[in-house]
Design a protein around this ligand. Structure first.
Ligand SMILES: N[C@@H](CCC(=O)N[C@@H](CS)C(=O)NCC(=O)O)C(=O)O
Length: 350
């Protein structure tokens, strides 16, 4: 958990519209750590994970939970992908295949959980919705609070905090291995201080952040110039990933790491959602980036944690059907709510 706080670089909920149509971020709320001897100790069935399959950040936690075999230790609840004016609805409020009710408190919205944890956090951020309550949420059933709502930190906890309870092979799987940590931490530092600089070779985590940021900026940008700058930068980033992945199966150190997880959740959404919804259409992954496409398909088709955490109906529902309040700035992106059928298939075979 050593790396610097880069949350404000990744969290759509922390962004505020600027005059040029881009977005600015504010600081996160729940940043506790599960660790032996701490307030939140590693325990079976003490914690509960709330996610949306639509959300790339939440999907990071799903993939790592599954890779590490934490399904029996940390139960999961999936909300409806249709983010609305009251936030993320549970399945009892907005029926959607795969969306569930809240088994702990029968909440209507993810917001209810945040307010249960801290009634003071209902601070207006955008006029259309009174507050921003994000997924993923790692909830503590013992203290009735949010442990952490920052995916990059949750996946680090999942990577190591529960190892004593896991079978040897799962405990041995290290997605943040010691020899790579300095590199990853340095990258996060660089992102924190200089996100707008051009990308550096080998900055895998940085690149993931930058791609996510560019997607968001491009999608939400209301000004042509901001859009064009962001989309060009995004594709320059993809060009570099393409070179990095040429002849390789993984991003860092010849092994699966959190860098792959963090990039996968973005790239898997690219052709089905970002190309159309966010006008990210200079090239597609399937037609423009053979190395990325091969890496993507190998992860998806050969490692079940990746495929089992990917639900294209939720992804498309999330992007194309969310934000029904027409005054919400994000509602401007797809006011008709029509969901494109393609591309078919959503992911190509190996
Ligand atoms: N930094 C957070 C970002 C989480 C985030 O932005 N989640 C979005 C969905 S992709 C969300 O829940 N937004 C709620 C809203 O916009 O009201 C993380 O990585 O966990």
């Amino acid at each position: 958990m050593a790396s610097r706080d880069t949350t404000e670089l990744s969290d759509v909920s922390k962004m505020k519209s600027e005059v040029d149509g881009s977005f600015k971020r504010v600081t996160s709320t729940f940043r506790s750590v599960i660790e032996a001897g701490g307030q939140f100790t590693p325990e079976k069935d003490r914690y509960h994970l709330y996610v949306s399959y639509a959300c790339p950040w939440a999907t990071r936690t799903l993939i790592v939970r599954k890779l590490k075999g934490l399904e029996q230790i940390i139960p999961l609840t999936v909300v409806s992908p249709r983010l609305g004016e009251h936030g993320w609805p549970f399945g009892n409020v907005d029926e959607f295949p795969g969306a569930e009710a809240d088994p702990l408190y029968n909440s209507n919205y993810i917001n209810d959980l945040y307010l249960r944890a801290d009634p003071r956090i209902c601070v207006p951020v955008r006029p259309a919705r009174p507050a921003k309550f994000t997924v993923p949420v790692l909830w503590d059933k013992k203290l009735n609070t949010v442990v952490n709502n920052e995916s990059s930190e949750i996946i680090r906890m999942f990577n190591s905090a529960f190892n004593d309870m896991l079978p040897t092979d799962k405990a041995a799987l290290d997605l943040y291995p010691e020899p790579l940590r300095a590199e990853i931490d340095a990258l996060n530092d660089w992102v924190y201080s200089d996100i707008n600089s051009s990308l550096t070779w080998g900055c895998f985590i940085l690149l993931t952040y930058d791609l996510q940021t560019a997607f968001i900026m491009r999608g939400f940008a209301t000004q042509q110039a901001v859009y064009e700058k962001a989309v060009v930068k995004l594709f320059e980033g993809l060009d570099k990933v393409e070179q990095i992945l040429t002849g390789k199966d993984y991003l860092v150190g010849g092994q699966l790491s959190e860098a792959d997880v963090r990039l996968f959740v973005t790239v898997i959404r690219f052709d089905p959602a970002y190309v159309g919804h966010f006008k990210c259409n200079i090239r597609t992954i399937r037609d423009g980036y053979p190395a990325i496409h091969s890496w993507l398909r190998k992860l998806y088709w050969t490692i079940p944690a990746f495929k089992d955490s990917t639900f294209f109906d939720h992804i498309k529902g999330g992007y194309y059907e969310s934000h029904p309040n027409p005054t919400d700035d994000m509602a401007q992106i797809n006011p008709t709510r029509i969901i494109p059928v393609g591309p078919l298939p959503h992911i190509m075979p190996l």
